[in-house]
Design a protein. Structure first.
Length: 274
């Protein structure tokens, strides 16, 4: 019997608002979580190693975990989009986001996406048992979106060789494990393991571990934890080092990013596409 559980370990709703122009650079660090988003004001352009994707106001788009790209955002007065961030602990699962391409979802209407977003965010805001409802609601949303997505035919053919190490890093990202120790888990030499890991995950094992730490930190930013508490919990030796790595990967400081996760949900009533 096939395993159905994907292990949802991150679920957040975020609002992004910029001035007339903005650039997000994910070309050096693979994106640490997946995103489904809807553009409300302005436009965007994703540039990857082999293609460009243009996003207009009203478009819904999908970004899988591990993507590398640079995105350019423009607007006459301002730029606004709403996003659902999520992550599953099984990147090798047949329904994992990594099996799909970064893409625009032409068959999904903005009104439907905004409706999903609003319900999800209200559940998350309530906290407590309502977060369980948010997770259940998201699985329903995700199952509706999956048939609309284009597959990535080149998806991680070598993952089976390093799967043990990838799973270990995911579960123990707060630990400082060496490349040699990870290689031993996979019964590979350090050099062979390192080469396979970079080919498969598009980054080094240390960079992958830092990405996971930052993803877990992002997942804690919608709570009342202090930056120092978050840094310590996810495995960083100091809050200063944590802030530096966070900004290097996410493009802004954790205190700045926190504002994207706490906003007035009534903004969704202003559904004007330009």
């Amino acid at each position: 019997m096939k395993e159905l559980s994907l292990g949802l370990n991150q679920l957040q709703a975020a609002k992004y608002e910029y001035m007339s122009e903005h650039v997000c650079n994910w070309s050096e660090h693979p994106r640490p979580f997946s995103t489904i988003a809807v553009m409300q004001k302005g436009s965007g352009r994703f540039v990857t190693a082999d293609k460009e994707i243009n996003i207009a106001s009203g478009d819904v788009f999908f970004i899988p975990d591990g993507s590398k790209y640079i995105s350019y955002w423009k607007g006459e007065n301002d730029i606004l989009y709403f996003a659902i961030h999520f992550h599953f602990d099984k990147c090798h699962h047949e329904f994992s986001p990594q099996r799909f391409l970064l893409q625009k979802i032409d068959t999904l209407t903005p009104d439907k996406m905004l409706s999903w977003f609003e319900v999800l965010y209200r559940y998350i805001l309530k906290g407590g048992y309502a977060r369980l409802k948010a997770c259940g609601y998201f699985y329903e949303l995700y199952s509706d979106i999956l048939p609309l997505l284009q597959h990535n035919e080149l998806h991680m053919d070598t993952l089976s060789n390093i799967k043990t190490a990838v799973d270990y890093i995911e579960k123990n990202s707060e630990e400082d494990v060496t490349v040699g120790e990870l290689a031993q888990m996979c019964l590979l030499s350090s050099s062979r393991f390192y080469a396979l890991f970079r080919k498969t995950m598009d980054c080094s094992p240390i960079a992958y571990r830092n990405n996971i730490r930052i993803r877990k930190a992002v997942n804690m930013l919608d709570s009342e934890h202090t930056i120092e508490e978050i840094a310590r919990t996810v495995g960083f030796s100091s809050a200063i080092y944590f802030r530096r790595i966070f900004k290097e990967i996410m493009g802004k400081l954790p205190s700045e990013y926190r504002k994207n996760l706490k906003f007035n949900i009534d903004e969704l009533t202003k559904k004007t596409y330009v």
